[in-house]
Design a protein around this ligand. Structure first.
Ligand code: CTP
Ligand code: CA
Length: 232
């Protein structure tokens, strides 16, 4: 699909987008993963390139071709995604965390493949992963005034909520210290890996914006409209 007729309102802006879902290793052959396809993150990257941005796409386990014009960094685990996002966001204007990041990882990674025996299996103990989005928000809050681009001007998060969408979303927006939170209404027959999405975009200090069910590129453009307003 050719992306025509977009404003070049992100020209000269450095934008980091994370996409896909992390995999947390259990042993050399197994992991804990999630169902994120990466389609929404890739739509964000493509539309940002079309609007003139310099885009770094941090892609976790995505089976999609690299979007033309973006720099793609491929990662697997939450720890790798964190390293790549923080490295790329140092001089970025905008960071969008569209990736599904595992909240927990196995506390220890087995060096050798876990073998089955006659005994019952050992439970896998989990430990918390760092919250990358919250970390970005915290860095910005703690940065001295006029830090000169040391942290992004606009930080965007995603959230999937099944109930109390607005209340849960507003609390998450405040907790994470981001500017925009794209809240997907899940449980309305919207499957992972579909080309369409519907969302409410919560805006810090502003009114929520409803984006009706449509192509993921439409939701991406709605996000960039709000980002461009905040950058101006
Ligand atoms: N996120 C992150 N690092 C994590 C977990 C989540 O950066 N370790 C980001 C996601 O990329 C997303 C946002 O935080 O942009 C919200 O993720 P979500 O899973 O909805 O929020 P959580 O705070 O993990 O809350 P919960 O899963 O309990 O609803
Ligand atoms: Ca989570």
């Amino acid at each position: 699909r050719v992306l025509r007729g977009r404003p070049r309102d992100l020209a000269g802006r450095k934008i980091v987008v994370s996409a896909g879902g992390t995999r947390e290793p259990i042993d050399p052959v197994r992991y804990i993963g999630n169902r994120s396809s990466g389609l929404q993150g890739y739509a964000l990257a493509r539309t940002a390139v079309a609007r003139g941005a310099e885009v770094t796409l941090v892609a976790a386990n995505v089976a999609l071709p690299d979007p033309a014009g973006a720099t793609v960094v491929r990662v697997e685990s939450a720890a790798q995604l964190r390293e790549a996002v923080l490295a790329a966001s140092g001089d970025a204007d905008v960071v969008v965390m569209a990736a599904a990041v595992a909240d927990f990882r196995p506390a220890a990674r087995h060096e050798a493949k876990i073998k089955k025996t006659d005994a019952e299996p050992e439970p896998i103990r989990l430990t918390k992963n760092p919250d990358i989005l919250a970390e970005l928000g915290e860095r910005r809050r703690e940065a001295p005034d006029g830090a000169g681009g040391a942290c992004p001007h606009v930080i965007v998060g995603f959230a999937a909520e099944t109930h109390d969408v607005l209340a849960n979303g507003q609390a998450k927006l405040a907790r994470k210290g981001c500017d925009l939170l794209v809240v997907n209404r899940v449980g309305e027959g919207l499957a992972f890996g579909t080309p369409d999405n519907a969302a409410t975009v919560l805006v810090a200090g502003g009114e929520p914006v409803e984006v009706p069910l449509g192509p993921k590129e439409d939701l991406a453009d709605a996000v960039w409209d709000l980002v461009a307003t905040r950058l101006a």
